[in-house]
Design a protein around this ligand. Structure first.
Ligand code: EPZ
Length: 421
């Protein structure tokens, strides 16, 4: 096991370049299974979840050739099985996209139930409702999901999602791309990664309209074309992580290769907190020369404030002036990082899905542990901001979703060492 040793307190200054989006990449990789041919994916983040997904594809008989750290060629011509049960499948959440992708390509799928971040109950009933609406027969028992079609066909249908779900929206798009007829997803999720997966599928010849709105229409096509080249969208959450880090550390960061439009809800909050935010075409500069002001935040599906930036923003609120409130509406257990922040001198109390942040002047270094991916990023920022030495454990969570995170923070002046426990 590795841990970070962080020497605070650093005002982060300089430039950082954003990697490809994790949550788009983990939709695009399984989408390559829909094509009887080769897909070249560029700007993939070099992170554990992406590498794991590519290893799973190999286990299905799919060719995976890494061209460099961020480019892969995937050849799904000779896919040989619709079953994926290995331990790797259970190690991360997004392996559930194998159900939609295999159902789409082979009209059947048997998958070990996915794991992932421990942030509360993570049902997949809306995914299943979607597959069933397309005519699939779905069985779940003892950690296995088995989906099949009666006569080897999926038939387009109209599906209304009872909750706005990123995973269900992408999974239904994957299954419907090669279905017969038209599928409509109402109350669809609108996150940038939904649009990116749809754009990738359309590059291969799919007929998907409306991604990024709450109604997506997928006209089934007979087959997709091989030899597509696609570059993954910049990571919205990594961008936000550095924006918040600039504010929490009272620093000045120029964030390059990002999409300012994706950051509107966070930008609005950072401005309310008294930060300066300058938006460029594909860059954002965030600076803050005093303690941030208190704000209230409620997490919501896109374009609302992202749950995946809640923990990182909590660090800025922990050192803000005044009393702030965060209401988490997406996940049940996404405040576990506040216990760790309190070990560092923060004053945060949690009541169910609400947390009250009594801002303190300074955090102090302590030994803390990442409880999930975004909590890990939050505690890393906290260590950079705090006075003295912080030991941050459970780095596995962080490495699942952030490429070269310590190198990027080091280039902004942070003092971070990765050492063995
Ligand atoms: C995706 O998870 C992301 N993961 C999560 O990011 C992110 O927090 C989440 O979307 C919300 O933005 C990936 O993209 C791999 P949902 P997902 O289905 O798709 C409920 C990170 O840190 N729900 O949009 O699993 C669910 O319980 C990770 O990068 C149902 O009730 O989330 C939740 O309350 C963590 N039934 C809400 O919907 C379902 O069938 C939103 O979940 C599906 C979801």
């Amino acid at each position: 096991m590795e841990k970070f040793i962080i020497e605070g307190s650093t005002q982060l200054k300089g430039e950082v370049t954003i990697s490809g989006a994790k949550n788009a990449a983990v939709g695009i990789i399984p989408a390559t299974l829909l094509v009887n041919g080769v897909s070249r994916i560029e700007n993939l983040p070099n992170i554990i979840d992406v590498k794991l997904f590519c290893e799973i594809l190999k286990e299905l008989g799919v060719g995976v050739k890494w061209i460099d750290d961020n480019t892969v060629e995937i050849d799904a011509t000779n896919i040989r099985t619709s079953s994926a049960f290995s331990e790797k499948v259970k190690q991360f959440r997004a392996s559930y996209y194998l159900i939609g992708a295999l159902l789409g390509r082979l009209k059947k799928a048997t998958i070990g139930l996915p794991g992932g971040c421990n942030i509360g109950d993570r049902p997949i009933d809306q995914h299943i409702k979607g597959f069933e609406a397309l005519g699939a027969i779905v069985d779940i028992n003892q950690d296995v999901v088995a989906a099949k079609t009666n006569n080897g066909e999926l038939i387009g249908n109209s599906i209304y999602l009872d909750v706005v779900s990123v995973g269900a929206t992408i999974n239904i798009m994957l299954a419907a791309t090669l279905a017969e007829g038209i599928t409509t997803i109402e109350n669809a999720a609108k996150e940038p990664h939904i649009v990116d997966v749809a754009n990738f599928l359309n590059t291969m010849g799919a007929d998907i309209m409306g991604a990024g709105t709450d109604t997506i229409r997928i006209k089934g096509v007979k087959e997709l074309r091989g030899n597509a080249t696609y570059s993954v969208v910049p990571d919205q959450i990594e961008t936000g992580t550095f924006m918040v880090a600039a504010v929490a550390s009272q620093g000045d960061i120029l964030i390059k290769n990002c999409i300012p439009k994706h950051m509107e809800s966070l930008t609005a909050k950072l401005l309310e907190m008294g930060a300066n935010v300058e938006l460029g075409g594909d860059s954002i500069r965030v600076s803050c020369n005093k303690r941030p002001k208190k704000v209230n935040i409620k997490t919501q599906p896109y374009p609302g404030f992202p749950t995946d930036l809640q923990s990182q923003t909590g660090v800025a609120l922990a050192v803000s002036e005044g009393v702030s409130l965060i209401e988490e509406t997406i996940w049940d257990s996404r405040f576990s990082y506040t216990n760790e922040l309190n070990k560092m001198g923060a004053n945060i109390s949690v009541d169910g899905k609400r947390a009250i942040f009594n801002g303190v002047k300074k955090l102090k270094g302590a030994t803390v542990a990442a409880t999930d991916l975004r909590a890990g990023a939050a505690l890393l920022i906290a260590g950079i901001v705090a006075e003295g030495k912080t030991e941050l454990r459970n780095l596995g969570h962080i490495d699942r979703g952030y490429e070269k995170i310590e190198e990027k923070f080091r280039s902004l002046g942070a003092k971070i060492d990765r050492v063995m426990e």
